[in-house]
Design a protein. Structure first.
Length: 197
């Protein structure tokens, strides 16, 4: 029996044929994954984009247009999913930068009447419990103002790895403050909320 073409598989896919869908995934999934990884430099993000791309194909199967070249079609979906992802990452980074900027300025916020020395001391203690790598990333980001990419170059890490580590640092500081000072934990939550408004 001759091997079915992508065109034949697409016809079956439109009728809800799962084996046809799996075959298309098997034929094109690896290239889509490689494409997404090339743009995100993250295996986890590339895997998510791969799944979202083929999920879109499956959920929209009944409305599929006439497709001449399936490879081009699936890569168009993957490109759009990747661009969406990168926009989301950029937005999250802006929000996180605003959170840290608000933390830096919090000592000047008269409404909150916060003891800035207590705040700095607790944050320093929280950071001291983190790995040397995380401390270095925090210092490079918050004290030297380096971008994720610049930090990654210095420490031989990918940009997305630096971003993920900064998110972990932020979560840990929030947890540490909650354990040691109810006032600072509440303040930290307010600062985070302010950054998202």
């Amino acid at each position: 029996m001759p091997l079915m073409t992508d065109h034949d598989l697409l016809k079956k896919l439109k009728e809800g044929d799962e084996p046809a869908f799996r075959e298309l995934y098997a034929r094109h999934g690896r290239q889509v994954m490689a494409f997404a990884y090339h743009l995100t430099h993250s295996a986890v993000d590339a895997e998510d984009i791969l799944q979202e791309t083929f999920l879109r194909l499956w959920t929209g199967r009944e409305q599929l247009p006439e497709i001449e070249h399936f490879g081009n079609y699936i890569f168009t979906i993957a490109r759009n999913k990747t661009l969406d992802h990168l926009r989301k990452v950029a937005l999250q980074q802006k929000l996180m930068d605003r959170v840290w900027a608000n933390i830096s300025e919090v000592a000047d916020d008269l409404e909150l009447q916060l003891d800035a020395r207590e705040s700095r001391a607790l944050i320093s203690k929280a950071l001291a419990r983190l790995s040397p790598q995380k401390q270095k990333i925090f210092h490079l980001s918050r004290h030297q103002g380096l971008s994720h990419e610049e930090i990654g170059q210095q420490l031989h890490l990918s940009r997305s790895r630096v971003k993920n580590l900064l998110v972990e640092i932020l979560k840990y500081i929030r947890y540490y403050l909650a354990q040691h000072s109810m006032l600072l934990a509440v303040l930290f939550q307010l600062v985070c909320l302010k950054a998202f408004l």
